[in-house]
Design a binder for this molecule. Sequence first.
Ligand SMILES: [Zn+2]
Length: 52
Amino acid sequence: MIINKDWHEKNRMKKNPSFNERVLWHLSHAENCPCRGMSESIKKEIERRKQS
Ligand SMILES: [Zn+2]
């Protein structure tokens, strides 16, 4: 699996992120790194936000 290690080093997830923080992290992550780490609930929320 390809991982953008530099991005991950600079964008560590907080210990107790809120749902919104996780969504924002994943939005940025998806643009910068090809590794897969998105849960279904995050995917659905991002889709929902794109539509509104
Ligand atoms: Zn990644």
